[in-house]
Design a protein around this ligand. Structure first.
Ligand SMILES: [Zn+2]
Ligand SMILES: [Zn+2]
Ligand SMILES: [Zn+2]
Length: 339
């Protein structure tokens, strides 16, 4: 994502900030400008969720809707009196806003389900009223169980499920991937999808059951981005989709920081994105991919220098490269009409 600056003093501002740590100006994020603004200087007001510390996005002062593009999509949120649950919402919202920022940049449809039945709704459910619901997606409704916001719980699952990488933002990216699958493949492209990801008509419930019972497909790492991706073509899509979003976001961040790989020691850097341009505007996926490999090996080296595990614990086999490229080309060439 972009790295932002205070419009008043140019100090670095993080995406979640509501004020500048240097000059104390009250600030919010305007998605239309893709930048931070001082609300009263620009005829803007904060989204209604600002008062609950759950949103720092700005909307037009005359906007009749009290919620921003990201918060309009919420359907169920925990009761504000349930303090513990409500606090977890803050972390969910941080991740969700980062997700929406990126979907907006990718020009994907972001319509609330209460306005269009084919739109999106987020349900944040606490453990006790979940009615056997799990984190997942169904027909545009993304359900997140609040315990996912609990870092200890997440680390435990990460170990149990043998996942090297499990984050809230990763969950959001994965689940919304199921939604866009529906939109992409409703009418066309299904044949090309099946060639790369397999036939999604095979029994979903039974496939997942088999995955949890017998473990992932043998040699899954030769064909899939994660072991879970080998459970069913839909999960393969969602996992690969989430990974694509990780790649583009980290590259945009690096680009925004002015990181260049011209002098990098990897051979790939020769065919990287030149001068590290905005990855959202690059058509050739090979260049994006090479830049990402260069960037992530640099990031892993930094982590190792601090004695930490690799920040990017993935190796991309060729079949996964082609799946990522397929997603890139779909996004690059698609136009939308939500009817
Ligand atoms: Zn400032
Ligand atoms: Zn908001
Ligand atoms: Zn899934």
């Amino acid at each position: 994502m972009n790295v932002f600056q205070c419009p008043n003093c140019s100090n670095t501002v993080y995406f979640e900030n509501t004020s500048c740590e240097n000059c104390d100006s009250t600030l919010g994020y305007s998605i239309d400008d893709d930048d931070f603004r001082v609300p009263e200087d620009n005829d803007l007001k904060f989204c209604k969720n600002y008062i609950y510390n759950n949103c720092n996005w700005l909307i037009d002062i005359n906007d009749e809707n009290d919620f921003c593009t990201a918060c309009q999509l919420n359907r169920v949120i925990p009761n504000k009196r349930d303090f513990d649950d409500f606090n977890k919402c803050e972390q969910l919202e941080f991740a969700k806003h980062r997700l929406i920022y990126q979907l907006y940049k990718l020009k994907l449809p972001l319509v609330a389900k209460n306005l269009n039945n084919k739109g999106i709704a987020f349900d944040f459910l606490s453990e006790n009223n979940k009615e056997n619901k799990l984190t997942g997606h169904a027909n545009g409704v993304v359900t997140i169980i609040l315990s996912e916001a609990d870092a200890v719980h997440r680390a435990q699952l990460k170990k149990e499920m043998n996942e090297p990488y499990r984050t809230l933002l990763g969950h959001f990216r994965h689940e919304i991937g199921h939604y866009y699958w529906m939109l992409f493949f409703e009418k066309e492209h299904l044949q090309s999808f099946r060639k790369l990801f397999g036939d999604e008509r095979k029994d979903y419930g039974k496939s997942l059951e088999a995955h949890y019972k017998n473990g992932p497909q043998k040699d899954w790492n030769l064909n899939f981005i994660s072991n879970y991706a080998s459970s069913h073509p839909w999960e393969d899509w969602a996992e690969t989709w989430a990974h694509y979003l990780h790649i583009i976001d980290t590259l945009e961040t690096a680009s925004s920081l002015g990181i260049s790989f011209a002098n990098s020691k990897t051979i790939l850097s020769k065919d990287c994105v030149s001068n590290f341009d905005d990855p959202y505007k690059i058509k050739d996926f090979r260049k994006i991919f090479n830049a990402s490999i260069t960037l992530t090996s640099a990031a892993n080296s930094l982590n190792r220098a601090m004695g930490l595990p690799d920040i990017y614990p993935f190796v991309i086999p060729e079949p996964v490269y082609y799946k990522l490229e397929f997603i890139h080309n779909l996004l690059f060439n698609n136009s939308w009409n939500l009817k």
